[in-house]
Design a protein around this ligand. Sequence first.
Ligand SMILES: Nc1ncnc2c1ncn2[C@@H]1O[C@H](COP(=O)(O)OP(=O)(O)OP(=O)(O)O)[C@@H](O)[C@H]1O
Ligand SMILES: [Mg+2]
Length: 269
Amino acid sequence: MRQVSVGEIAQESPILKIEDLSVSRSGKTIIKDIDLTIEKGEFVGIVGPNGSGKSTLLLTILGVLKSQTGTIGIYGHPPLSRKLDGRIGWVSQAASNLPRHVRITVHELVQLGTINSRNMFSFVNDERRERVKKAIEMVGLEDVIDVDLGRLSGGQRQRAVIARALASDAEFILLDEPLVGIDREARNALLKLLDQLCHEQGKTILMVSHDLTAMLQTAHRMIFLEETIRFDGAAEKFPNLETLADLRGIAHVHGDGYMHHHNHSKEEV
Ligand SMILES: Nc1ncnc2c1ncn2[C@@H]1O[C@H](COP(=O)(O)OP(=O)(O)OP(=O)(O)O)[C@@H](O)[C@H]1O
Ligand SMILES: [Mg+2]
């Protein structure tokens, strides 16, 4: 059999291929019948009500949670495969809530992102130093590079966590609610940055957010998840509330009852 290099695999197979996935937690089925293929350079947004399994799906892709049925291939490898080392970036909402008593500067946090199993015991070289610098510039935190995270605003901390993922040079970046707690200006800058990463650097992004408006403006492709995938298509084709209610199997009560019952903001799903 011919040896295939990692680079070749990346070009031949999709970034992510999920087939017939189901995941249970504490004996309860949380997501099921999930089929999802994501190609290089796509910016995919996932929306869905609270508790619909969005984080569960991301954690299963990352290999933190185990599936009951189905398969997940990332560059053709199962989650947690050593071949994926350094190729997947992860930004969680929890990560920005770093405990305030932990004293770590922006620069230190971002530099942690460049550590992988191959360079763990070596000194930081120029190439890594450059990646750290660039990542911090990309998120606009140059001015606070040596400031303790505990002294930054929530939005700045969130951007620091994103810079850590960028510095890792990961090609596939998963984000879970990265927009929570950051102001509008920072949010727009972040969305623009993510868009640039896809278009200019060929990164692939899978992002969960409650901010439907922001997602529709940025993501090329939208997924509505509620136990299973109920919509998957171009952002422009994202269903209106009525169609969404049909997809969710909800009877029309007041037309827009879904928004009122589940959310406080019109921007949320
Ligand atoms: N450790 C756990 N054990 C059992 N059930 C869990 C566990 N964690 C989450 N769940 C349940 O799994 C379901 C999906 O949770 P998940 O966090 O994936 O939803 P989500 O779509 O990310 O919600 P949110 O929008 O609130 O972040 C919820 O009903 C939740 O109660
Ligand atoms: Mg969640």
